[in-house]
Design a protein around this ligand. Structure first.
Ligand SMILES: N[C@@H](CCC(=O)N[C@@H](CS)C(=O)NCC(=O)O)C(=O)O
Length: 237
């Protein structure tokens, strides 16, 4: 969302390897979860840490005055859906993904219970969103906002991160084809150039498109972030 892309440094944190528990990362997010961010130019010109995806997008939207409606009514509706993601879609989809894709294969009973409990809840949440999107271009009507940004990745994860487990396709298992308004919206969001670029950040075998047309991160920014997250992290980006 920053206007000058050379002022951003993206660091890939490998949660499978426990990077989120290292002392440098914990200083940015004491809750040891991704995403987290650090704005060198925070309020009053001094650095500020950001964690929890809703807090991050809200901070950026308010700072750059983009992707957040000016109209109070529309802004409130965006907030409704952002909190819906934080309290419902995110945790439910994450738990579904855990039982579907990552739970120990020998714990069949526990696994099946988790898949059906959270799978049903993900389906219910998809129906809610599908009904809401009927006749709408984006979550808050015609305008693409931080609500779309924050809800899209969890839906996308079902098709990508949790895709194929034990020979079962996660999207097929949840009958996601049934949600035509939701799928039309997801492909609208997916086809936005900035979304496509963002999705390559952690894609194996893809370069660093956010750096390709940049001269690089200035030494001051790099030094500041490295002093907080540690040299070892930046070498993994
Ligand atoms: N409510 C948090 C959820 C973040 C979250 O669950 N992150 C997961 C990956 S999607 C994570 O970092 N897991 C690592 C762990 O649990 O150790 C947000 O929206 O930022």
């Amino acid at each position: 969302m920053a206007s000058n892309r050379s002022d951003r440094l993206i660091l890939v944190i490998k949660i499978g390897g426990g990077d989120q528990f290292t002392s440098g990362f914990v200083e940015v997010n004491p809750n040891s979860k991704i995403p987290a961010a650090l704005d060198k130019d925070g309020p009053g010109g001094s650095p500020i840490r950001l964690f929890e995806s809703a807090s991050i997008v809200l901070y950026l939207a308010e700072k750059y005055k983009r992707f957040i409606p000016d109209d109070f009514r529309l802004k409130t509706e965006a907030m409704n859906w952002i909190f819906w993601q934080m309290g419902g879609q995110g945790p439910m989809t994450g738990n579904f993904g855990h039982f579907m894709a990552f739970a120990p294969a020998d714990k069949i009973e526990a696994r099946n219970y988790g898949v059906s409990r959270y799978g049903m809840e993900v389906q219910r949440l998809c129906s809610v969103l599908d009904r809401h999107l009927d006749g709408k271009h984006y979550i808050v009507g015609e305008e693409y906002t931080i609500a779309d940004m924050i809800i899209f990745p969890w839906y996308h994860a079902i098709h990508t991160v949790y895709k194929q487990t034990l020979g079962i396709d996660a999207a097929e298992f949840l009958s996601l084809d049934n949600y035509s308004n939701l799928n039309a919206w997801a492909s609208r969001v997916f086809n936005r150039p900035a979304v496509k670029r963002g999705l390559t950040v952690c894609t194996k075998g893809v370069g660093k498109p956010w750096l390709e047309d940049d001269a690089g991160v200035d030494a001051g920014t790099k030094g500041l972030i490295e002093s907080i997250v540690g040299d070892s992290k930046s070498s993994k980006s």
